[in-house]
Ligand binder design. Structure first.
Ligand code: ZN
Length: 184
């Protein structure tokens, strides 16, 4: 198998209206991601779900002026309902930072499965999707972002990030193409 699907931070606090750090239109990517996850599973491509994961008094909250979000044990930290059962059958990576590689099993898991092409979806475009995708590129993976399965906190930043990623060699592809490219 040479491809893997990486689903970034599809947790209630980001994806649902009223969540502590709601990403506009976050709920709209849920069905798109659900379809990708089903496609990946059918083709036996590995799927990773990342979680933003903070302690109650994480210094990030005050240092970066974020509202408190994705606190261990809270409802907001849980995966969105539609993806939960799939996430629980997948590899789960918990990391409080924007780049989900440091200190986690992510790279080892991808290497073990011989994944060379990585497809990123989830939230939010200009934070965890961007930083984890760039880290993956630096590690030598071929990296794609699924453009209709991500959303930014700020619309203009999202567009700028897609341009930046494309300049660096990360291709933005529609979910339909990603589904076709995910293969053994
Ligand atoms: Zn966070």
């Amino acid at each position: 198998m040479d491809s893997a699907l990486i689903v970034i931070d599809m947790q209630n606090d980001f994806a649902l209206k009223g969540g502590a750090l709601y990403v506009p239109e976050g709920e709209q990517v849920i069905p798109v991601i659900l379809k990708l996850v089903k496609t990946a599973s059918a083709k036996k491509a590995p799927v990773v779900f990342t979680m933003d994961w903070h302690s109650e008094n994480d210094p990030e909250f005050s240092a970066e002026n974020w509202p408190k979000h994705c606190v261990v044990g809270s409802k907001g930290a849980e995966f969105v309902e539609a993806l939960k059962s799939f996430a629980e059958k997948s590899e789960i990576v918990k990391q409080p930072g924007h780049d989900k590689f440091p200190g986690t099993n992510l790279e080892a898991f991808l290497r073990k499965h011989n994944a060379k092409k990585l497809f990123f979806c989830g939230l939010a475009t200009e934070y965890c999707v961007k930083f984890t995708a760039l880290a993956a590129l630096a590690l030598g993976f071929e990296v794609f972002v699924v453009r209709d399965a991500i959303r930014p906190v700020d619309y203009r930043d999202g567009l700028a990030v897609l341009r930046e990623l494309e300049e660096k060699g990360i291709r933005a592809v529609p979910a339909e193409d990603a589904g076709r490219m995910l293969r053994l």
